[in-house]
Structure formats: C-alpha cells, structure tokens
Design a protein around this ligand. Structure first.
Ligand code: AMP
Ligand code: MG
Length: 328
C-alpha cells in the first residue's frame, strides 16, 4: 500500500477533500441548493469535486473520473453565484483558480465509465452533512468491473471507526488483495488495520441503517429484523461512513432494500464502490440482496444489482436466506 502511488493519491485526495468540506461547514454552515432531481447539493459537493478533479489534472491527467456532480448546475444567474463561492473555497488549495478552471475540474467527473476509471462521490450523505452528522468523501478505482482501490474521508469517525462529533476525523483505505486500514485525517501517521466483527448470531447482530427513510424500504427492513428476532438496537447513520464502521467491527451488517422513491430503486456506483472494497478487505462480504456480486460494468448505475447486503461474512448466508423469505 505504501508503495502504491494510486492508493497514496486516493488517501490524499479524500483527506484534503474531507477537510475542505469540513472547513466550508465550519465557516458558512451547510445550506442546500436543490438539483433538478430534487436531491440536495451543497457548495461543498462542488468544491470537493473541483478540488479532486484538479488533483487528477495535476497527478494523473490521463485517468477517467466519473463523479456525481455536473457543471450544468452552474448555468443561470443562481448557478453563477454558486460557482463564484466555490471558486473562493477552491482557492484555499489552488490560489490561482478561477471560474473557468473550477468549471473544468468539476467537468472532469463527466467521463463515462470504461474498462478503467475512478468514481467519486464528493459528499456522500449530503443530508447527513446538512444535519452536521455523518458523511463521507468517497473515491474508488474500478478496473474491468472490479473495485481495486477504495478510499473514504470521514470527518466524524475515529480511525477505529467510532462516531465522534468533534475530533480529527478519519480516512479509510483498501487495496484489493492487501487489506483495509484507517488513519487520522489530520496526521495520517499510524495505520490501523480494519477487521470486521465475529458475530455469527443474527439475534445479537447490530444493523447499520440509513437515517433517511426515503433511501430504502424501511418497512421491509423492520420485517427482516422481526423475522430474525434481532434484539440489538440498530445504529442509524448516513453515507458510506456505515461501511467504514462495519469494516472496523462497529456493527455487523447493513442492508439496502430497493427504495420505493427512486426509479426501480436504482443505485449509483459511487455510493458503494469505495466502501464495498473496504468491507471486503476487512474480511466482510458485500453482495446485492439476491447474493450477486456488485457489477460495476453497467455504467453510472448498478443496473444488474438489486439492493445491497454487506456483512461481517459470518452472517451473510443466513441473512440472504432470511431476505429471500420476505421478498415478493
Ligand atoms: P444513505 O445515507 O446510506 O442512505 O446513503 C446516502 C446515499 O444514498 C446518497 O449519496 C444518495 O446518492 C443515495 N440515495 C438517495 N436516494 C436514494 C434512493 N432512493 N435509493 C437509493 N439510494 C439513494
Ligand atoms: Mg452519495
């Protein structure tokens, strides 16, 4: 990992990206602007995508980046105001940045997925960010449909994967075949090896759940917990911070039933790529709710997968079986 320039790049990118997001929140508070699909977005989503786009331009100009945010948002007078503010923040790292440069850095994320590409969610869990709760900057390298490197910047977690409101925050990184680690967002000196829990009893298993009810099918999750006889209180948390906590053994499983609100419960690749590899490299398993591996060859959406099940591995088969019984 230490001699892997791409992994070092990913750590640095999500680390600085997460610090920038935190700075923006500390200085102006988080306020949302609404995208055309009605989902919320913030100044930080654009600033972080611009910053990481600029890092690609500087260090790996030939790599493809598939990012969540689009420059079409900057159109019109309101968009121009947003762009101006984004430029001010990006100048912290790139003092010579201007509107044109910021536009082009954000636009780097407009690449289409190919045989090899990176995928970025500049702020995963925007609603958590708006509430001052968990969110993550998520970056992953995908090759031939398989995630090879995953990195998450999580300002409200410790390197051991424990929630912490005011602390240094953490970066989590995994390289396929090599393992997964957590380290402090501020110092990045000591790497802490991540390892999932060993709970094998669904009755004693702790579920990591989305805070936002509209992102999944909550009724079905409740029915699953009832069928399993799970007595442990779930942990509610936004974003792929959940994936880092699972990888660190702070919870035993997470599940996303296709939500009823988004067309056919569609899932975006950047919401699962980085965190999924971190779980696997910490000894866990991630599939869809039918037990199929996540297939990253279908563009920006996971078109061949239905929902997500990620566990500490020990619970996976028993959960898949329980899920099949409550599906239509
Ligand atoms: P979580 O906090 O785990 O619910 O995950 C947050 C992510 O869920 C966001 O980054 C969104 O991209 C994604 N998301 C939002 N709405 C939906 C939906 N209806 N179905 C699936 N994912 C969604
Ligand atoms: Mg997201």
């Amino acid at each position: 990992m230490k001699n892997n320039p791409q992994a070092q790049f990913a750590i640095e990118a999500v680390c600085k990206g997460a610090q920038l997001a935190q700075q923006i929140q500390d200085e102006i508070g988080a306020s949302s602007i609404t995208k055309s699909d009605r989902s919320p977005v913030t100044m930080a989503d654009f600033a972080v995508q611009a910053f990481i786009g600029a890092q690609f331009e500087k260090y790996f100009p030939n790599e493809l980046l598939v990012g969540e945010e689009e420059i079409s948002f900057f159109e019109g007078s309101h968009g121009e105001i947003v762009l101006k503010k984004v430029v001010d923040f990006v100048r912290r790292y790139f003092p010579k940045a201007d509107s044109e440069a910021v536009r082009s850095w954000v636009h780097r994320g407009a690449s289409e997925p190919a045989e090899r590409f990176w995928t970025l969610d500049p702020i995963d869990g925007t609603k958590g960010y708006l509430r001052g709760e968990q969110y993550a900057v998520a970056l992953a390298l995908v090759e031939k449909g398989e995630v090879q490197i995953g990195a998450l910047g999580c300002p409200h977690l410790t390197p051991e994967g424990r929630p912490q409101k005011r602390g240094s925050g953490a970066v989590f990184v995994a390289v396929r075949g090599e393992g997964a680690w957590g380290t402090s967002l501020q110092k990045m000196k000591q790497l802490h090896r991540l390892s999932v829990s060993d709970c094998a009893d669904p009755k004693r298993a702790c579920l990591l759940r989305s805070v936002e009810k509209s992102h999944t099918d909550v009724e079905r999750i409740d029915r699953l917990l009832e069928a399993l006889g799970t007595s442990v209180e779930p942990i509610f948390m936004d974003s792929q911070a959940k994936y880092a906590v699972l990888a660190a053994g702070g919870g035993d499983f997470l599940i996303r039933f296709p939500s009823l609100s988004r067309a056919a419960g569609q899932m975006q690749i950047w919401d699962h790529a980085a965190g999924g590899l971190i779980i696997e490299e910490a000894g866990g398993r991630i599939t869809d709710i039918d037990g199929k591996p996540l297939d990253f060859t279908t563009g920006r959406l996971l078109l061949r997968n239905r929902g997500i099940l990620a566990t500490n591995r020990h619970l996976h088969d028993v959960l898949l079986e329980a899920i099949q019984k409550i599906l239509p």
